[in-house]
Design a protein around this ligand. Structure first.
Ligand code: NAP
Length: 285
């Protein structure tokens, strides 16, 4: 059996087109949605990520405010900038690109972002809202994974989902979202002795580790939905995920490729969260 491909690029384009329509409707009411992106220092990869986020905003008609700071910016100065953005009514989402220079505490910075503008969903309050099913913002990558699963028409209710990885930004929120969709969820991590024992019973597997071949064909139940969050390089330097794609696609029912799977969804969900924030602020105005 050859799995059907879950095309994250196509789905993200559709979501971005829908985002553009929502942004146009808000702008017509004099309430253009705005995202502020802060980057500190000169990490080249971070600059590429930030450029892509700003470009996606502009293409969808959102206002984007890019603030670039030298690595010497102090923590107090950064916190003051966040405070100003928290109070700026034309900004509905605030994102601080990680990593930050070592002298700045990333936790302090994330916690300084108003929960109503935390479109990355990384703060402890946002995490608490997700945990207790309050209407906060879901972290973009797991939220995008849920959209990818939804796009297959697969009903998660009563199904067994296995998440490999338990980071605060991907694995844990992913497990919570699957639980909220009524799946029975198992979380595996670096201390799990036999991951295959769990994944072989899974209807859905989400791999979010950052290591090649964490999931191989012998670890997958025939017909399962496989979502690959990982970003790695193979021996030839080509981008690849955590899943042995060529082997697993012969067993799984559905599979995301890397690149072109989860990656494009993350930016699309950032736009969705920013629009949601702008719509909420208009309602409460
Ligand atoms: P992370 O913070 O490093 O977490 C990795 C998780 O994998 C940890 O929970 C770790 O377990 C677990 N792990 C490590 N080795 C393992 C092993 N051999 N078997 C099972 N579990 C193992 O990484 P992350 O931020 O969650 O990201 C995971 C991957 O997704 C990375 O490749 C990252 O680049 C990618 N990513 C992609 C996107 C996207 O948009 N496509 C977005 C975010 C992340 P312990 O907790 O026990 O250490």
């Amino acid at each position: 059996m050859t799995a059907q491909l879950i095309d994250g690029l196509a789905l993200s384009k559709q979501l971005r087109a829908e985002a553009a329509a929502r942004a146009a409707a808000l702008t017509a009411q004099g309430h253009r949605p705005g995202l502020a992106v802060i980057i500190v220092g000169d990490d080249p990869a971070s600059h590429v990520y930030v450029r892509n986020k700003v470009k996606a905003c502009e293409e969808a008609g959102l206002h984007s405010l890019l603030e670039r700071y030298d690595a010497a910016l102090s923590e107090a100065e950064l916190l003051a900038r966040i405070d100003a953005l928290n109070r700026n009514p034309s900004i509905h989402g605030i994102l601080v690109q990680m990593p930050l220079p070592k002298h700045i505490d990333p936790h302090k910075v994330i916690e300084a972002i108003a929960t109503s503008k935390d479109v990355d969903g990384y703060s402890t309050l946002s995490a608490g809202e997700l945990m207790t099913q309050l209407p906060g913002f879901r972290p973009c990558t797991p939220y995008g994974c849920m959209k990818l699963i939804e796009s297959t028409g697969f009903d998660l209710r009563g199904k067994h989902a296995v998440v490999i990885g338990r980071s605060n930004t991907v694995g844990k929120p992913m497990a919570l979202l699957l639980l909220q969709a009524n799946a029975t969820v198992t979380v595996c991590h670096s201390a799990t002795p036999d991951i295959g024992h769990h994944t072989r019973q899974a209807d859905v597997v989400v791999a979010a580790v950052g290591r090649r071949n964490v999931l191989t064909a012998d670890m997958v139940k025939p017909g399962a939905v496989v979502i690959d969050v990982g970003i790695n390089r193979n021996d030839a330097g080509k981008l690849c995920g955590d899943v042995d794609f060529d082997g697993v696609k012969e067993v799984a029912g559905w599979i995301t490729p890397v690149p072109g799977g989860v990656g494009p969804m993350t930016i699309a969900m950032l736009l969705v969260n920013t629009l949601e924030s702008a719509e909420r602020s208009l309602k409460s105005a």
